[in-house]
Design a protein. Structure first.
Ligand SMILES: Nc1ncnc2c1ncn2[C@@H]1O[C@H](COP(=O)(O)OP(=O)(O)OP(=O)(O)O)[C@@H](O)[C@H]1O
Ligand SMILES: [Mg+2]
Length: 186
């Protein structure tokens, strides 16, 4: 709990290491398949052009697991979970509303599910600490506020939450440390 509160207040020390997101996501794919079980189709899209990025590995894994567990909860009868990473270039206009974010090269991690999605009314609240639509004892409402705190502490912009069709998608973005070619199609 202390770690979680520190992460929320963005005061936790980050242990930055170089991360190959394809390798990270394929390792997590195995774990997620075992954890979620047969009802879930876990699909990791490999993208060899994604830059190596710098982040706290344990916290990044934790953030992705939080998103995957939310996806599972949104698909009680099973469904598809898709993970991928890609390069993102943010220019001055992109970061204009986020004063502590520097324009430049970032890597986005995208987690998408085929679940019920988030209602228009709840969408602005999902990153708030303690916001949950789950039954008492099931959700604490901390998962996404942790993801938010971590993405911001890592130098990335606000994670994006989208209602794409019936599912939803989030991006946790963090600084890229290596140049490479852009990614297509996401
Ligand atoms: N993939 C998703 N699909 C639909 N709704 C979602 C999804 N992810 C989050 N939500 C909504 O956002 C709320 C907040 O998510 P968050 O992860 O912060 O808390 P939680 O999952 O309810 O609890 P905890 O993560 O602490 O167990 C959820 O209760 C749910 O209503
Ligand atoms: Mg959660």
């Amino acid at each position: 709990m202390t770690q979680r509160l520190l992460a929320l207040s963005r005061k936790q020390a980050l242990n930055l290491v170089a991360i190959d997101t394809d390798r990270l996501l394929s390792n997590l794919e195995v774990l997620l398949k075992l954890t979620l079980g047969e009802k879930y189709d876990v699909d990791v899209a490999m993208n060899p052009t994604t830059w190596t990025c710098e982040a706290d590995l344990a916290q990044l894994e934790n953030a992705i697991l939080n998103l995957a567990l939310n996806a599972r909860d949104a698909m009680p009868r099973g469904g598809e979970l898709r993970l991928e990473a890609c390069n993102v270039e943010l220019d001055e206009a992109d970061v204009a509303t986020q004063p502590d974010v520097v324009a430049g090269s970032y890597v986005a991690i995208i987690v998408r599910d085929s679940g019920v999605g988030i209602s228009r009314e709840n969408l602005p609240k999902v990153f708030d600490p303690f916001f949950t639509t789950k039954d008492v004892g099931k959700g604490t409402g901390f998962g996404l506020s942790m993801v938010y705190g971590f993405a911001r502490q890592s130098g990335g912009p606000r994670p994006d939450r989208k209602r794409a069709g019936s599912g939803d998608e989030r991006k946790a973005v963090r600084a890229a440390v290596e140049e490479g070619s852009g990614c297509g199609g996401s």
